[in-house]
Design a binder for this molecule. Structure first.
Ligand SMILES: *Cc1c(COP(=O)(O)O)cnc(C)c1O
Length: 422
């Protein structure tokens, strides 16, 4: 089962997305297939709003800017727009996608350490809500672009805390490339204030991803709140990072404590709060549906070889992530231990080792759970494997949110220089 018991339920022994049995979706759209459940996303948004409603005063309810790098599919963005969410974007491409999906520009925050001049110019021209500045050099570039209209900027604080998460997704320690120390922000804030059309509105902070211990948030928020008071900041954007329980027994964040940390350290220090959750809103809304190609017997643990690989879902190979993997059809076959792998020619193309599940056969369907965040968005065509299709389900309705890539489309942008053509 998913870590959200209401997402992807079993009915009559078959795993469902909304009202659709997954074997039906596999037959209609093929595998490997990303399947998203709209109801789960709505529930997650309501759950988060409830946390803030219960912990913060009415005039300090945060604007939720969905960190769309977690899942940029246009159907998901449209759903977020319909739920009146804003967006946190980290590239000019994400900014355009968010705007085209109907998210108003005045609810878009632009983060990231390496914005190009073109991206900054596009953000200025689109009159987005705010640009989160991550270095002195970036402020210089913005000043050089000489904005014709007021541009709101926030400075990203590096609070020098250990988020207690995987090293590859920690962003808040002093030696990371993200954010700036408080002393530097104080200088830049003053420099920005002296410019025409650059309006320093406050601070942003984001200490990493898949964080389940509230203490690092608490420490980061305390430091951010103190600096915000010193600067008399109007806005604090307190980032994303809330984790989800990917495997049985994994810790889940204490949401009430998270709300209290925001209420204690941030709400009293500014007039307006912004938050940038990504994973928390979408991880549990998605699965990667795959078919067993082969059951390979070995001298050791038997291996299930799936038609989905690390190119479709890179989190296990890249972050040592563990996802629950469950058979789509419940059977009374005896439990067996399996290693579960993809077909890609890399020894890191392993989804799970030694997990216990009912005996499987070639042709069986399995669901890799909690793949709605950093799943498709990090996928690629390595081994010349076409990008998987994406389907969105809403109750009784389902439909394609992205077609399966064809081989022709995959290679369409390749060309030969003149001198190689005979
Ligand atoms: C990635 C990112 C987020 C979202 O992180 P999650 O762990 O998915 O919530 C928020 N803010 C910034 C600046 C980011 O880079």
């Amino acid at each position: 089962m998913s870590s959200d018991p209401d997402a992807f339920p079993f009915r009559d022994g078959t795993l469902h997305a909304g009202d659709a049995p997954l074997p039906e979706l596999a037959a209609a759209y093929g595998t490997p297939l990303y399947v998203y459940d709209a109801a789960t996303i709505r529930r997650r948004v309501f759950d988060l709003r409830k946390v803030f409603a219960e912990s913060l005063p009415d005039d300090h309810q945060p604007m939720i800017a969905y960190a769309c790098k977690a899942n940029t599919n246009g159907a998901i963005l449209r759903l977020m727009a319909g739920l009146r969410l804003g967006a946190d974007v980290v590239s000019g491409g994400e900014m355009i996608r968010a705007i085209e999906a109907g998210i108003p520009a005045d609810k878009i925050v632009f983060s990231g350490v390496g914005k190009t001049d073109d991206e900054l110019a596009a953000a200025i021209a689109s009159e987005i809500m705010q640009i989160n500045i991550e270095s002195a050099s970036e402020l210089d570039r913005l000043i050089m672009l000489n904005p014709p209209c007021p541009v709101r900027v926030a400075f990203r604080l590096n609070p020098d805390v250990d988020a207690g998460t995987h090293a590859k997704i920690a962003t808040g320690h002093g030696s990371s490339k993200f954010g700036m120390p408080a002393e530097e922000i104080i200088q830049l804030h003053a420099r920005a204030k002296a410019q025409k059309n650059i309006i320093p509105v406050g601070l942003s902070v984001h200490i990493g991803s898949q964080i389940t211990d509230i203490e690092p948030f608490e420490e980061a928020f305390r430091k951010t709140g103190a600096l915000a008071r010193a600067l008399e900041a109007e806005t604090i954007d307190f980032g994303g990072g809330l984790g989800v329980a990917y495997h049985d027994g994994a810790p889940e964040p204490d949401l009430a404590a998270y709300g209290r940390a925001v209420a204690t350290h941030l709400a009293p220090a500014c007039r307006r709060l912004v938050t940038e959750p990504g994973r928390f809103l979408v991880a549990q809304s998605g699965i990667l549906l795959a078919r067993v190609l082969h059951v390979k017997t070995t001298p050791g643990t038997p291996i299930l070889i799936l038609d989905a690989g690390m190119n479709d879902l890179v989190r296990p190979a890249m972050y040592d992530a563990t996802h629950r993997i469950i058979p789509v059809t419940q059977r009374q076959t005896p439990e067996t231990q399996y290693d579960i792998v993809g077909p890609v020619c890399e020894s890191s193309d392993v989804f799970a080792r030694g997990i216990s599940m009912p005996q499987c056969r070639a042709g069986d369907l399995v669901a890799i759970m909690d793949c709605g965040a950093y799943g498709f968005t990090m996928a690629g065509p390595y081994n010349s494997r076409p990008m998987p299709a994406e389907v969105i389900v809403d109750g009784a309705r389902h439909g394609l949110a992205r077609k399966r890539q064809t081989l022709r489309a995959m290679i369409a942008d390749e060309c030969l220089p003149d001198w190689m053509v005979a």
